[in-house]
Write a protein that binds this ligand. Sequence first.
Ligand SMILES: Nc1ncnc2c1ncn2[C@@H]1O[C@H](COP(=O)(O)OP(=O)(O)OP(=O)(O)O)[C@@H](O)[C@H]1O
Length: 310
Amino acid sequence: MTDEIDATGALEASGLGKKYRRGWALRDVAFRLPAGRICALVGPNGSGKSTLLSLAAGLLTPTTGTVRVFGRPASDPGTRERIAFVAQDKPLYPRFSVADTLRLGRELNPRWDQSAAERVVAEADVPLSARVGSLSGGQRTCVALALALGKRADLLLLDEPMADQDPLRRRRMMGSLMAEAAERGTGVVISTHVLAELDGVCDYLLLMGGGRIRLAGGTDALQAAHRLVTGPSATGGGTPDALARHTVVESRTTGRQLTALIRPEGAPAGDGWIVTEPSLEDVLLGYLRAPDAPPMFTAEARATVTEVGA
Ligand SMILES: Nc1ncnc2c1ncn2[C@@H]1O[C@H](COP(=O)(O)OP(=O)(O)OP(=O)(O)O)[C@@H](O)[C@H]1O
């Protein structure tokens, strides 16, 4: 990795918006992803994850704002060489064998790494002689991932790559993907609905909702900024006094007990309250249950360039 990569960040969006015929899929998106991070991109169906990844891959043109990859516009031909994108539909030539597909990868990519690509298909027990059209959906995904890893890109953009993998293969593929990324300092943005997949694997998080970014930053910093608190619920409902000065992301009451995910301002809560640090999944579930909770960006996730959106 060069210093230039470190200084500019892998991805930086500013005032980014995308409007399809039916309306806005992304609005005023601004965030920064430093280089070399493994970033989970999470959000409900239709929240804009695929649109954001396609914009970052330079396959869609923004309606407003910009998205920069290593400091250059995503659509620059030079930038595309540094990105590998695995889309949900994984376009591959069905008549080609797996070996032909990897050969094409080698011809198209100057930095091609044949052994990295072959390792991925071998780990998934996909024969090199098999025709792509005869493979299962999960096996085709492995071939698409092999192409992405063989490209030796600086940033991998993966749109729900594990959705059609069985649990064992999912674990194995995540492991080898992350090992490759760690070894080369490759950045990864991986969209997923499987929250359990993220803990211990991703060190950065982007949570989307309604075409906007709701949470952005390093997972450690995001976890540290939240607390799970349990204590007596307020008589007559509402927020108990003990939580009044905090940002309450989400709360639930069971009988006389209230459990809340909060962003504490100072000491979390008073006597009679149990305070714990939430897991990453606790934080995500809290925000997913509360679509109107105020967004949060850690310092490193704030875009350095500002641009006015539509
Ligand atoms: N090509 C398109 N033409 C028109 N509308 C689109 C197109 N692609 C996406 N949309 C709309 O944009 C919004 C965001 O879609 P997008 O696919 O980016 O969400 P997503 O978070 O990736 O969803 P999922 O988790 O279901 O894959 C949705 O309302 C969707 O209907």
